[in-house]
Design a protein around this ligand. Structure first.
Ligand code: NAD
Length: 480
């Protein structure tokens, strides 16, 4: 149970999509649960000249609740300041407003700076917060930053140094919202809380791992950003490699931020970084083309009709640590796929010496469905009821949350963690660095090869090359 917290949030990008869709609803949930109560305030800043009243209306409209009075009370904790992040004068006004709210709500100097805007502004904001003394001496000062954290190792390193001049690593909370998802957090309980999995979690028993993050939507409003990023940067560098680290890290000495992060860093450091020729063999990139009444990527608004940006990436990767060096991890992600789903399949090795000589044994597969369902299942072989001895495949299905239980949104949990200074579910700089080094090698090979992109029709599960990647190893995607 989390206790009541005192904090002033300053949200840079307070008029933006992320703030409205994710941050305000998450803050409201914390308020509804009493984690935030009387001693908190929020300053929203952005360029638009909004009044406090208008801002509070926007905040009220972005949360849905039955108790309108509670929503009204909540919104009274919000103030707006029109602010150009490059203009030093605005930080002087911001400081005065922050001090006034700190006193009014008796906050005691705790500040969380949420940077919900383009990373190119992170350095200047961090510098101004220090130089204009918006960081306080009597409370904590934490900075929460959104993805993307750079577009390659070099730019991420520059960004990190720009922030690091003013904020210590322990005070920088890099969001990867997948780390706030219940079923991603469940990987830990499964792996380290059950001897049946803990003792089997290695290359002796695991044949391969498959991770799919599929989206059914296209680029929507993010076309400008996506065209410069692509699936590899947008999904693999962060979300997929974070899941890989949780699946392959060694057991930490304790369930604590320091020990967990240390092992995650080691797992990402152990990623096999490919040479260009290996990238060709082990990675597939593709773009969606028109089908099922949907436009192709190159026909989308703001997209170059000759675009070479990949909207799908699949790969076979290896984490070369003690337990996993020979276990292929197949990953894939893409837009405009058949369905929206995040799913992990752990495929165990076949039983050595099948005594049921005339019957094939199905693989034991542990499946973690992160979304939409939130389900864990285990495929096993059992005897068919009746005469003779026939085998059948069956599933143990587990739903950690019952249908009526409200699962907290990732942002709600991550904000609650940041309030108590727990960075376990945020990415450490070294994790980011190793992930970029891996991704840069793939990107570099793609840029050199200039080979035509593969294509896949909207509404499919990706290009046939992604199936061939597994077929070449005598395997197939379990989720299809
Ligand atoms: P957005 O374009 O909707 O909002 C950007 C905000 O920044 C606006 O409030 C705008 O007024 C403000 N802004 C821009 N230039 C400014 C300046 N010079 N001075 C002051 N304010 C300025 O973007 P978004 O979708 O809310 O995303 C914000 C950040 O979060 C981005 O880095 C994005 O990559 C990241 N992100 C967004 C989502 C999402 O679902 N929207 C998901 C993951 C990560």
């Amino acid at each position: 149970m989390r206790t009541k917290q005192q904090a002033l949030f300053i949200i840079f990008g307070g008029t933006g999509d992320l703030a409205k869709r994710k941050l305000y609803p998450a803050l409201f949930e914390l308020y509804r649960k009493g984690i935030l109560s009387e001693h908190f305030a929020v300053i929203g800043t952005a360029r638009r000249p909004w009044s406090d009243e208008h801002y509070q209306t926007v905040v009220r409209n972005s949360v849905s609740a039955d108790d309108q009075q509670q929503v009204n009370e909540f919104s009274k904790h919000f103030c707006y300041q029109s602010h150009n992040v490059n203009d030093t004068k605005h930080y002087v006004t911001l400081k005065k407003l922050a001090e006034r709210l700190d006193q009014k709500f008796k906050i005691g100097g705790n500040r969380l700076f949420y940077l919900a805007m383009s990373p190119r502004f992170f350095g200047t904001i961090a510098g101004h917060l220090k130089s204009q003394k918006i960081v306080t001496a009597d409370g904590y000062n934490r900075m929460i930053v959104e993805k993307p954290f750079g577009r390659d190792f070099k730019s991420a390193n520059e960004l990190n140094q720009a922030i690091g001049q003013y904020f210590a690593e322990k005070d920088v909370f890099r969001i990867d919202h997948y780390l706030g998802k219940e079923m991603v957090q469940n990987i830990f309980a499964l792996r380290f809380g059950n001897n049946i999995f803990r003792s089997l979690w290695n290359s002796r028993y695991i044949d391969n791992i498959q991770i799919t993050l599929s989206e059914s939507l296209g680029v929507e409003e993010r076309a400008g950003y996506y065209e410069t990023a692509g699936a590899l940067r947008d999904m693999v560098q962060n979300h997929i490699l974070q899941i890989v680290s949780l699946l392959t890290m060694n057991m930490p000495a304790s369930y604590s931020e320091t020990d967990i992060r240390r092992e995650k860093i080691c797992a990402l450091k152990a990623l096999k970084v490919y040479q260009p020729q290996e990238v060709k063999q082990n990675f597939v990139r593709a773009q969606y083309v028109a089908a099922n009444g949907l436009k192709g990527y190159r026909q989308e608004d703001q997209i170059d009709p000759q675009s070479q940006t990949e909207t799908f990436a699949a790969g076979k990767i290896f984490v070369e640590n003690e337990n996993f060096s020979n276990v292929p991890i197949y990953i894939r992600t893409g837009k405009r796929l058949q369905t929206k789903a995040t799913r992990i399949d752990i495929i165990f090795k076949a039983v050595p010496g099948n005594i049921f000589t005339t019957q094939q044994l199905a693989d034991n597969i542990l499946t973690i469905k992160v979304e939409p369902e939130g389900e864990i299942s285990l495929q096993v072989n059992t005897k068919k009821v009746g005469q003779g001895y026939q085998l059948q495949q069956q599933q143990f299905n587990l739903f950690p949350a019952d249908k009526h239980q409200l699962i907290p949104e990732a942002y709600e949990k991550l904000l609650a963690d940041a309030l108590v200074g727990d960075a376990t579910n945020f990415t450490h700089w070294e994790e980011v660095a190793y992930s970029w080094k891996f991704v840069d090698a793939v990107r570099h090979a793609w840029d050199q090869q200039k080979a035509a992109l593969a294509t896949y029709p909207c509404g499919s599960m990706g290009p046939k090359q992604a199936d061939q990647l597994l077929a070449a190893d005598g395997r197939h995607w379990i989720f299809n």
